[in-house]
Design a protein. Structure first.
Length: 230
């Protein structure tokens, strides 16, 4: 089950937010860019990078000025890379997380997406139902109350908990069977507007473990042929 080979986060303001991977991307990997921001009607308009990868939006939701989005690029090019998120107007506070994962399908990697929004401290997306067994699941959340932190979903690993002016959280997990599930977080502090997204990505199935097959063969009873007995 893959962990991100590298992951970084930053916060800032303005019409764009850029962040470089610390190491070269590996050819064929899955790149993820997630954004949380809140500044009225401004939206994330595009994501691109310096290494010629093709980016697409997986999912997006807005709630009373709070925005979250997940973007991805499949089958990455090898080399140094800086990812840039572009906004429709100058943002007061935005968070950008970039991540690289090995083991995803090279084409048609995106499987399921869903979103959630509300007011309170309990955050949850609607459910997704995966269509293949081996999957990477990514959940994100952003809220309107400055300086708070998040308690992650118990089935996920929290990667980023950014207590900025528009606090942002990123969590992921891998599964090896089809399931129906969602992404949840609980925010500290009082009630606030929040927006959350989930996206799942198909992983290349692992081949059978040759040691397991050998063990099975070793435990198989030997064939006995009475006609050959002496």
């Amino acid at each position: 089950m893959p962990n991100p080979t590298q992951l970084r986060s930053t916060t800032g303001s303005g019409t764009s937010l850029a962040l470089a991977f610390l190491s070269d991307n590996t050819a064929g990997n899955l790149l993820i860019a997630t954004v949380g921001n809140g500044d009225g009607g401004d939206t994330l308009t595009s994501v691109g990078d310096s290494n010629g990868n093709t980016w697409a939006q997986a999912t997006f939701i807005a709630n009373t000025g709070i925005h979250t989005a997940i973007w991805y690029a499949m089958n990455s090019n090898a080399g140094a890379n800086t990812v840039t998120a572009n906004f429709s107007a100058s943002e007061f506070s935005s968070s950008l997380v970039i991540a690289e994962y090995a083991g995803a399908e090279l084409t048609s990697a995106l499987d399921q997406v869903n979103t959630g929004s509300g007011f309170g401290t309990a955050i949850a997306t609607a459910n997704v139902t995966t269509t293949t067994a081996d999957q990477l699941m990514i959940g994100i959340a952003c809220c309107s109350e400055a300086g708070v932190t998040y308690t992650p979903d118990a089935s996920y690993t929290e990667r980023v908990d950014d207590a900025a002016n528009r606090p942002f959280q990123y969590q992921d997990r891998t599964v090896n069977s089809t399931l129906t599930d969602n992404s949840t977080q609980t925010k500290s502090g009082g009630n606030a507007n929040w927006a959350a997204c989930i996206a799942t990505f198909k992983l290349v199935p692992l081949p059978p473990n040759p040691l397991t097959l050998a063990n099975r063969a070793a435990r198989r009873p030997a064939t006995f042929s009475p006609g050959l007995a002496r």
